[in-house]
Design a protein around this ligand. Sequence first.
Ligand SMILES: [Zn+2]
Length: 95
Amino acid sequence: MPIYEYICPNCGLIFDHFWPSIQAAEGAAPPPCPTCGASQTQRIMSRVAVLGGLGGLTPSEQAAADAQAERLAKITPKEQIEKLRAGRKSSSVQG
Ligand SMILES: [Zn+2]
């Protein structure tokens, strides 16, 4: 089950969205922002986790990472969002 991270260009929220499959994630429109409801959310390619797949983080590490991401999302300034966008553009992701 892939988890994709999205950023809301309207309010700056970064949030995770669970998809039943990678195919579903690729084929569907991005999920709307859970905070402001904007539908123009953008997927952040740099952080994709697959549950039960690569076995990267332990549950406690994952919880810590999630907590940090949540903290960051709350204080994310516009510059940071721009940086994320720039990084997303410059890094070429091969499927
Ligand atoms: Zn939003």
